[in-house]
Design a binder for this molecule. Structure first.
Ligand code: GLA
Length: 396
């Protein structure tokens, strides 16, 4: 969508006057799933799908938030943002504004219009995209008042805090980091223990390979509580080995150390969760080396193993994601397939040779629908830049 169209949408809701527009992308994680909350490595890319926030400051302290696909608007007073965590829509935005106020940003009254191209609840982190779009909009307006610089990494941390402390989803930093810090045609190899990172070029296009995102379109429910429970189970495992293994976080354990100390984890569920985290973390380090060499055959094999571990040990896949991944793996030209994101529904990803993509979509659609009753959607991933302002004639 063009900047002008976004502006028109805003003017329709809020009336004439100047506006600014910001976008923040969704993400796809290539590998390193459920490792971020344990201090491990992840390998996400920012996507072409995005949340856009068109904004105009107001001088009466009112925050008004609208969405292009919803009627009405949510209203709050910027001096009193604490009580909106459970509203049906708008809590992410208000949560970010609330945290930013607490951290000393100048948060004025504002009219904000959101427009999304990320399918909701798809595991591509539509919520992080909304949070980061809100944060960069507020930070830009605030910086212009206070003469400060915009720190994208800090915005990622603010967005995570809105999700953890305001909305109550105890997520790691991966999604918000990828949305704020993404780089066109690069994956981010991020060490979540200390947020050190580097960009790794993704060259599947040059190798005539596509990353296909396969949406199960299964509505996800109660994901917060299931996610938070997995984290607690990881904590149980961590506490059991922490002292003897001399570790500060679970993903710090190597596979060798895990095999040495695993008998100390008495709870069988916690043991499985820890096994996933440790081996997935190891796979992610290895996968990053393979990505650097554009060895997509070996990379695909690690994707397969990642999914199996998420299915058997972390238990976050479910019937629909398993059906999608099984159907994908059975197709010609597929190098590997796995779920991406938190799981419990949402999307899988597959590396597919270009020439086989059409047959892939046709066959997987059919098999998946027959097995689950849901209609799948497919998107070819384009790796984009992170959060940014959209100037007058640009596409968003
Ligand atoms: C969700 C969370 C992330 C991460 C993934 C699983 O997307 O927001 O922090 O834990 O699940 O890898």
């Amino acid at each position: 969508m063009e900047r002008k169209q976004l502006n028109d949408l805003f003017l329709k809701r809020f009336g004439p006057g100047p506006t600014r527009a910001f976008i923040a992308p969704a993400r796809v994680n290539l590998i390193g799933e459920h490792t971020d909350h344990q201090g491990g490595y992840v390998l996400p890319c920012a996507l072409h799908m995005r949340s856009a926030c068109v904004v105009r400051p107001r001088d009466d302290g009112r925050l008004r938030i609208a969405a292009s696909d919803l009627p009405g608007m949510v209203e709050a007073d910027v001096s009193d943002l604490a009580g909106y965590a459970n509203i049906p829509w708008g809590a992410y935005q208000i949560g970010v504004a609330h945290i930013m106020r607490q951290r000393g940003y100048h948060v004025s009254g504002m009219d904000m219009l959101f427009d999304e191209t990320v399918p909701h609840g798809s595991g591509l982190s539509s919520s992080a995209a909304i949070e980061v779009a809100t944060a960069i909009a507020i930070a830009t307006l605030s910086a212009e008042c206070a003469g400060t610089e915009i720190d994208l990494l800090e915005l990622a941390l603010i967005a995570q805090s809105a999700e953890n402390d305001y909305v109550g989803m105890n997520c790691g930093i991966m999604d918000q980091f990828a949305s704020a810090m993404g780089k066109k045609n690069h994956a981010i190899f991020l060490r979540c223990a200390d947020l050190s990172y580097r960009y790794v070029p993704v060259k599947w296009v040059e190798q005539s390979v596509a990353l296909m995102i396969c949406n199960t379109n299964k509505p996800r429910s109660l994901i917060e509580s299931a996610y938070n429970k997995r984290r607690e189970e990881c904590d149980t495992a961590f506490r059991a080995v922490q002292e003897k293994a001399g570790i500060q976080y679970l993903a710090q354990m190597t596979p060798g150390a895990f095999e040495e100390y695993k008998s100390m984890i008495e709870d069988p569920i916690a043991l499985k969760r820890a096994r996933h985290v440790v081996y997935e973390n190891d796979r992610t380090v290895h996968a990053c080396e393979l990505l650097e060499k554009s060895d997509f055959v070996a990379f695909g094999a690690l994707m397969d193993r990642s999914h199996d571990s998420l299915r058997d040990d972390f238990e976050v896949t479910g019937a629909e994601l398993d059906a999608m991944v099984d159907a994908a793996r059975a197709q010609k030209g597929v190098l590997g397939a796995r779920m991406t994101g938190a799981g419990f529904g949402g999307c899988a990803v597959a590396l597919v040779k270009d020439k086989d993509c059409d047959a892939f979509i046709a066959n997987v659609s059919k098999i998946y629908a027959a097995r689950t009753g849901y209609t799948a959607s497919f998107y070819r991933a384009q790796v984009s830049d992170g959060a940014r302002e959209i100037k007058d004639t640009q596409d968003a």
